[in-house]
Ligand binder design. Structure first.
Ligand SMILES: C[S@@+](CC[C@H](N)C(=O)[O-])C[C@H]1O[C@@H](n2cnc3c(N)ncnc32)[C@H](O)[C@@H]1O
Length: 198
């Protein structure tokens, strides 16, 4: 028997299956950011949707599809009503969806760790400096943005916020921090990025 947990945030009840990232402060900050930024008629791609909590709120406003590398997360997000495909970052996207997006949203795994020991580690393991998945994401993201497309990316002081900003800028993205929260052991910032046009 598999027991699912339920969590209430704002007006939504979110089902969380075992081995799926349990929404926390980072997830809630991203929810607040999408509620502020995403406009009606925007198209949105969420990478690493986990339980689907962020997309559940986007879905009230705009069209959203999501990916996650974890089969259990895909199952969970579907239970929460999200249109989700299993993919390593953008890998499945070209096959399934032939379009670009006005927003690409990612609350990435960002905890620094030496090696991935269990399948649970993929939920938060960001490699030795915490930025392995973030950097892979940033290297590809521009290919999937519409001309005026933007990204919302969660960054934590545990993985180096300044380093993430520097990487974004080195790829020709303009960046600003639109929301920030200080917690006992980390600072969380939602970074908004868009391609600089000359
Ligand atoms: C920090 S959790 C965030 C989950 C959810 N978006 C939230 O905010 O509660 C990171 C999620 O990214 C997924 N993930 C990790 N590496 C990934 C990759 N290479 N491609 C797609 N998803 C990935 C994990 O399975 C996990 O669900």
């Amino acid at each position: 028997m598999v027991y699912a947990m339920k969590l209430q945030y704002r007006d939504k009840e979110v089902i969380i299956l075992p081995k799926v990232y349990e929404p926390a402060e980072d997830s809630f900050l991203m929810v607040e950011a999408v509620l502020r930024e995403v406009q009606k008629s925007d198209s949105v791609l969420e990478i690493g949707t986990g339980s689907g909590i962020i997309s559940m709120f986007v879905k009230d406003i705009a069209q959203v599809i999501a990916t996650d590398i974890s089969p259990q997360a895909v199952k969970c997000a579907k239970l929460n009503g999200i249109d989700v495909i299993r993919a390593d970052l953008f890998d499945g996207i070209n096959v399934n969806v032939k379009e670009k997006f006005d927003w690409i949203v990612f609350n990435p795994p960002y905890l620094p760790s030496e090696e991935q020991k269990t399948d649970m580690d993929a939920l938060w393991d960001g490699g030795p400096n915490g930025r392995a998945t973030i950097n892979r994401f940033l290297d590809q993201v521009k290919d999937y943005l519409t001309e005026d497309g933007r990204i919302l990316l969660l960054a934590s002081s545990l993985a180096g916020i300044e380093q993430v900003i520097a990487k974004m800028e080195s790829l020709g993205l303009a960046v600003d921090g639109i929301m920030s929260e200080k917690h006992f052991f980390e600072r969380l910032v939602v970074l908004r990025g868009f391609v600089k046009r000359t």
